[in-house]
Design a protein around this ligand. Structure first.
Ligand SMILES: [Zn+2]
Length: 344
């Protein structure tokens, strides 16, 4: 978090009096006012900064607090009381570790968006450098437990039919020794190092519905970290990856596959065996089938997650031209060609 030098922002000495502060503020506020600087990059940020600096320095209480803690900001931030800075850090690194995932929760923020910087919000939040009583009041508010996300790989067959899986997950649980308080007797709890939570391994069984795709997230409600002070538990999410299947390509609700059709069946008609996720089926190949012709097998694709409909299997005929002709076959092909040439 960046330290803000409010005196520098207003361009005034540290011992500036009320009048100097007001004069400097008015001049800069006019200069950077958004109405005056429409579309000019940076001027809105400067305007906010100037307002923030004035908000602090015009108020003797705030200014005193700023002067007291501001100078020692670096040191103070590292030794932030109640571990607030630390837990915020843990939080963001956990979520950045699972891109695209997570209903992100910001409950640890005690302030809404007021247009002021994080520095301001932290310095003037109720629990910064305050007394224990105000801090514990904030702490006693119900807090929702953390969510967890686990990657899961399943074969295509399971994505089509649905499946259930057992998972060993590590969750954070309220420390049983101190019941989550972090304190035991007079000192901090040894079992949890004073954090009030301990890691615990747990096995959960999860139903994965038919129709999931790569990127689908399956929610296991209430199985995440315990809430605090009566807040609800977090959730566990399974982030699904459907393993690629050599035979099928997923294309929306449809599956695609290639089928080999011998030249003779392509010319004269025949039957091809087509693999589907429900087992093999026989497909009639009509006479004169060209290579690349697409056959649609209705209802043999992926189910939709709602379960109401199911896609198709699109089977593409790949006509196989023989390359290992015997002498006799070669002669017959020669004969076929001469017949065709004579007739056309
Ligand atoms: Zn404990």
């Amino acid at each position: 978090m960046e330290f803000k030098d409010y005196y520098q922002i207003l361009g005034i000495p540290r011992d500036a009096d009320e009048k100097q502060i007001k004069t400097a503020y008015r001049k800069l506020a006019r200069q950077y006012h958004p109405d005056v600087n429409k579309g000019q990059a940076g001027s809105e940020d400067r305007f906010k900064e100037v307002n923030e600096a004035y908000e602090v320095l015009k108020d003797p209480d705030k200014r005193a607090k700023y002067d007291r803690f501001g100078a020692d900001w670096e040191r103070y931030q590292h030794a932030a009381p109640g571990g607030q800075a630390d837990s915020a850090q843990d939080f963001s690194s956990w979520y950045s570790g699972s891109p695209g995932g997570g209903r992100v929760h910001y409950e640890y923020r005690t302030t809404g968006d007021t247009g002021f910087s994080d520095f301001f919000e932290t310095l003037f939040s109720e629990n910064f450098g305050g007394r224990t009583s105000t801090r514990s009041r904030v702490r006693n508010q119900p807090q929702r437990g953390d969510d967890f996300e686990y990657p899961v790989e399943i074969p295509l067959r399971d994505a089509v039919n649905g499946t259930s899986r057992r998972f060993d997950v590590q969750i954070k649980e309220r420390c049983p020794s101190c019941e989550g308080s972090g304190m035991n007797g007079r000192g901090s709890c040894l079992a949890c190092g004073g954090s009030g939570i301990v890691p615990k391994n747990r096995t959960i069984e999860v139903q994965i519905p038919a129709g999931v795709r790569t990127g689908s997230r399956v929610r296991v409600a209430g199985q995440g970290s315990p809430g605090q002070n009566g807040g609800p538990n977090g959730d566990i999410y399974l982030r699904i990856t459907v393993k690629s299947d050599g035979r099928f390509e997923v294309d929306g609700n449809n599956l695609r596959t290639d089928i080999k059709v011998p030249l003779y069946d392509a010319v004269l008609g025949g039957e091809a065996i087509v693999p589907t996720v429900d087992g093999s089926v026989a497909l009639t190949i009509p006479p004169g089938t060209q290579s690349g012709r697409m056959f649609r097998l209705r209802g043999k694709g992926m189910p939709s997650l709602s379960g109401k409909e199911r896609g198709d299997l699109l089977a593409r005929a790949m006509v196989q031209v023989p390359t290992d002709l015997s002498e006799e076959e070669r002669n017959l092909f020669e004969e076929l060609r001469s017949i065709r040439n004579t007739n056309s």
